[in-house]
Design a protein around this ligand. Structure first.
Ligand SMILES: [Zn+2]
Length: 342
């Protein structure tokens, strides 16, 4: 979920994937035109096999290590130079490793701030739903470059579920690099899509959800987490917040299985206090430390506030749904509201 949890709580548990990347390569498609791809190992480039001349990516796609970078840079916020000529790491700020004392303090702060408690059971539910669809389902983890909170089951050995993973940077977790606005996979090619703490960072969430709908098989499962009452994080790469009906409408081409609160109003309040103190001290580190030590207790409001009120002031929301052939109507979205009626 929430970017802090996703990127910071479990970044330590990086387990290299066991599936060979060559087997992934054969199912990847050109993100511009959808044609099959051809690897030119000597050049360390990937080319589109499009023969009718309609594809504009004639110069091919670069590689970072053994991972293809399947991004149409001319229409992406991602920059080829920083991705490829750099170390392939995220254009979004990465945490620097610290010393022992710093790490201990970090752990105390993280423990006091609490974690996303719904992602892990929701992940189990997601995997169970996939197993209902197929004996050997394929799941796509969008933005899984680091192990998100509660998503351990999607990384490493996942039993009968094969998980493909991409992000906007290369990591031991990823199979390829891509922009979620142009998912480089064929139509109806996966049984499930997991997208946690990503939709707020994409410039066109509608387009990304349309892509998720496209790559899912009929009846495929989607799980998304997106912030609501949260201050800006990751600087310029933060575009969107959604309410309960906002997220329902975004996923209008899906039947709702379940949706609700990720972290409640107490956690949202702690985010705001942290942001205010960060502004006061002009330091993220000081704001985070002082807010956590003095005000960690406000997050326990999460446990005291009733569900409809929590929906209206949640730190973040989740949506678990099933691909449908038909969209819900605007009135259906209004009727689906789970918060407090006006
Ligand atoms: Zn192409």
């Amino acid at each position: 979920m929430l970017e802090h949890n996703a990127r910071h709580f479990h970044a330590r548990s990086v387990v290299p994937k066991h599936s060979p990347r060559e087997s992934v390569f054969s199912i990847l498609r050109c993100p511009q035109c959808g044609s099959a791809l051809r690897l030119a190992p000597a050049e360390k480039r990937v080319y589109c096999n499009n023969e009718d001349g309609s594809c504009t990516v004639r110069q091919g796609f670069p590689m970072v290590g053994d991972q293809p970078v399947l991004v149409v840079f001319e229409r992406s916020v991602l920059c080829e130079a920083s991705l490829v000529e750099g170390d392939g790491s995220s254009p979004i700020r990465r945490r620097k490793p610290g010393g022992l004392a710093r790490n201990t303090l970090r752990r105390i702060v993280l423990a006091l701030r609490g974690a996303n408690r719904v992602a892990e059971p929701n992940c189990r539910r997601f995997l169970a739903e996939l197993s209902e669809i197929s004996p050997q389902p394929v799941a796509l983890n969008i933005g899984g470059g680091s192990v998100g909170c509660g998503t351990q089951a999607l990384h490493g050995n996942t039993g009968n579920v094969r998980v493909l993973c991409f992000d906007i940077y290369a990591s031991p977790e990823t199979d390829f690099i891509a922009d979620a606005h142009d998912i480089p996979l064929p139509d109806a090619s996966v049984d499930g899509v997991w997208i946690q703490a990503v939709l707020e960072h994409v410039i066109q969430p509608d387009r990304v959800v349309a892509e998720i709908h496209r790559v899912l098989k009929p009846g495929g499962i989607v799980y998304a987490e997106i912030p609501f009452m949260q201050t800006v994080h990751e600087g310029a790469y933060d575009f969107t917040r959604l309410t309960d009906t906002g997220i329902r409408w975004l996923f209008r081409w899906f039947d709702r299985i379940q949706s609700g609160t990720v972290l409640g109003p107490g956690s949202a309040l702690l985010w705001s206090i942290t942001a205010a103190l960060t502004g006061l001290f002009r330091s993220q580190k000081a704001g985070n430390l002082v807010a956590t030590l003095l005000f960690f207790w406000v997050r326990f409001l999460d446990y005291a506030v009733a569900a409809p009120f929590a929906i209206d002031t949640a730190c973040g929301l989740y949506f678990l749904g099933r691909k449908a052939a038909k969209a819900i109507s605007p009135k259906d979205a209004i009727g689906s509201f789970q918060g407090v009626p006006a």
